[in-house]
Design a protein around this ligand. Structure first.
Ligand SMILES: *Cc1c(COP(=O)(O)O)cnc(C)c1O
Length: 363
């Protein structure tokens, strides 16, 4: 049954071991493995359960609920909605926060939970600081705002201020460097001194922070990283460099050829817009060999496909059809053959959220 996503668990296991070696052994950080891009798939969760990963992290409660039985601490990555506070404290041990109203609601929800379980610890939070990427967090220059929220948090009986976190390279595409991560370290030192407390965790970002480890430029006080893409695709994400010894093809998408015809490369007639409202420009290559495969924009994000056969070229896609130029291919493709693709981050994400893509596990 196609389209089909092959999930190679032994390649993922090797990727996980290598990430752990880099983050835990080399950088001396604790490791959160991020499960959102594969919707907290249960088979992959089992790999994580049997590894030395410290935390399971996800942006969605639905996904954390899937990992409820796994004996690792759980982290909610996206700032909580006030409306989900009860579930946040139920399914996550730690959450990332920047708004005092939300933290107060979490405090109240944790208090209610504690009625049922007196042994329950406090809900831990990482206060997010924005050092320039301009997504979540309190802007690093607004020190008064940072001190005020810390003061408020410290008053809450059922919340522990566990540490600080920073996120980079998601919205503003800002690359983590020694200097901007040091801003986080400096703020933490100021907080510790001012309030006479210890901040246990300084979470220094995601897969885009890995390049600093190799260069020995990760500030020493950073003691945690949250890794998603590097685990599943084997690349760091600041410069898109492949990491040594990791696989970039743990996920492979397969789709079947339903037509092969020789036709011109330029459509004939007046050109309007395509099914998705865009005007395309067609290069005139004369008569070409075109293949249609049975996958389209309703199945996955087509821009996330990387053909394994580098001689074939993606011409375009509609809802249910993907059109390929196979003129230069050495492989003599026939109708019924299967075309393989490696996937970008969005390709993996959209394959997992799609009900139309069948998931197959390779051991
Ligand atoms: C998604 C996410 C991550 C993981 O990012 P990768 O680039 O996949 O490593 C880390 N932290 C936060 C807050 C996230 O939302």
């Amino acid at each position: 049954m196609y389209p089909q996503l092959n999930i190679d668990l032994s390649k993922l296991r090797i990727n996980l071991d290598k990430i752990s070696e880099i983050v835990k052994n080399k950088a001396n950080c604790s490791l959160m493995i991020v499960t959102k891009s594969y919707c907290a798939d249960l088979e992959i969760l089992k790999l994580i359960e049997n590894s030395d990963v410290d935390y399971i992290a996800d942006s969605r409660i639905e996904n954390l609920r899937k990992s409820e039985k796994i004996k690792k601490e759980k982290v909610l990555l996206r700032l909580p909605m006030i409306s989900e506070a009860e579930d946040v404290v139920k399914y996550a041990d730690i959450s990332l926060n920047s708004e005092i109203e939300v933290v107060k609601k979490l405090n109240y929800a944790q208090k209610l939970l504690k009625y049922d379980n007196l042994n329950l610890k406090k809900h831990k939070i990482l206060l997010m600081i924005d050092v320039g990427d301009l997504r979540e967090g309190i802007f690093y220059k607004n020190e008064i705002e940072i001190f005020d929220i810390v003061e408020e948090i410290l008053k809450l009986e059922y919340i522990e201020l566990f540490g600080l976190g920073v996120n980079l390279t998601c919205y503003g595409a800002v690359i983590p460097q020694y200097d901007n991560l040091s801003l986080l370290v400096n703020i933490s030192k100021k907080i510790e001194k001012r309030f006479n407390i210890e901040l246990k965790m300084l979470s220094g970002g995601n897969s885009s922070s890995l390049h600093l480890i190799e260069k020995n430029k990760l500030p020493h006080n950073i003691n945690n990283l949250r890794i998603g893409e590097a685990f599943i695709r084997g690349t760091e994400t600041a410069y898109g460099k492949k990491l040594k010894g990791l696989y970039d093809d743990a996920f492979v998408l397969l789709a079947e050829i339903i037509e092969i015809k020789e036709k011109p490369s330029v459509p004939i007639g007046d050109i309007g817009v395509d099914a998705f409202g865009t005007t395309l420009i067609y290069e005139d290559k004369g008569i070409i060999k075109r293949a249609i495969i049975a996958i389209g924009r309703q199945d996955i994000n087509i821009d996330g496909l990387i053909p394994v056969d580098s001689e074939l070229c993606i011409l375009g896609a509609s809802s249910d059809h993907l059109i390929l130029d196979i003129t230069s291919c050495k492989i003599p493709y026939r109708v019924g053959d299967v075309i393989k693709f490696k996937l970008t981050y969005s390709g993996i994400l959209s394959s997992f959220t799609s009900d139309y893509v069948k998931k197959v596990y390779l051991e």
